[in-house]
Design a protein around this ligand. Structure first.
Ligand code: 6PG
Length: 233
């Protein structure tokens, strides 16, 4: 049974203030314990106001390494790239940002090169922060021919290439994503979603667990740690 802890806010601003504070605490605790922090951050729009607040916070950013939890297979200067939006927010703050973008058209090869980049990092991450699409995808684990690979990859595999079906309208490109086991290895898993539709969808996915048709339900069903879910209208 998925242990979900819900935090609800009246506005996106209120959620951004609270989530930035929580992540700042995760960073400070990690650095106190291990003198470094490793975060996997999401793409999409919901995180952007939280990125802005977090990057303004007085934190030991030089001890922080950030990777995208998933990436679109586009050049890193492309507006669709997740590492581009993460780097714009956190490089000025002094954090180390590791791209997992591969300019490789073959998404399978991209999975291997992304995996190699992640293998060098001091795993497990202190935080994997996820969003959720209106189709129930999370990170870049989508319904499609590669979903089982992303869900069932052995623990040693941290990233796989994914071809969503159908290709998402907002970014119709192949992707690379953390695998389910890589996501669930995190010390803390945090989800941010907006709107009533996504709240109902996520509640349904959590309720269904292993039998969920939604990728996020299949990911969270194996979680051994509580999941922090932050929601605003
Ligand atoms: C991506 C994201 C993806 C995102 C959801 C929600 O690369 O698209 O990592 O998983 O979190 O699509 O996006 P919004 O927060 O913009 O709704």
């Amino acid at each position: 049974m998925i242990e979900a802890e819900w935090w609800e806010y009246d506005s996106a601003d209120e959620m951004a203030d609270a989530v930035a504070g929580d992540i700042g605490f995760i960073i400070e605790s990690a650095i106190e314990a291990r003198n470094e922090a490793l975060l996997a951050l999401p793409g999409g729009n919901t995180p952007l106001p939280i990125f802005a607040r977090l990057a303004e916070a007085k934190l030991p950013w030089k001890r922080v390494t950030i990777v995208p939890g998933d990436e679109r297979l586009v050049p890193m200067d492309n507006e669709l790239s997740n590492v581009r939006s993460i780097a714009r927010a956190f490089l000025p703050a002094g954090a180390r940002v590791i791209p997992i973008t591969a300019d490789i058209a073959d998404y399978k090869l991209a999975g291997n090169s992304a995996d190699a980049r992640l293998q060098d990092l001091h795993w497990p991450p202190d935080l994997v922060w996820l969003g959720m699409g209106s189709d129930g995808h999370t990170a870049s684990i989508f319904n499609g021919p590669d979903m089982d690979d992303a869900l069932n990859a052995p623990k040693a595999r941290r990233a796989v290439g994914v071809m969503p079906e159908p290709l998402p309208a907002e970014a119709p490109v192949p992707r690379v994503t953390l695998t389910r086991s890589a996501i669930l290895s995190a010390r803390t898993i945090l989800i941010t979603i907006k709107g009533d539709e996504k709240r109902a969808l996520l509640e349904q996915a959590i309720e269904a667990g292993h039998s969920s048709k939604l990728p996020i339900g299949r990911v969270l069903a194996e979680a051994e740690q509580p999941i922090d879910i932050h929601w605003c209208p």
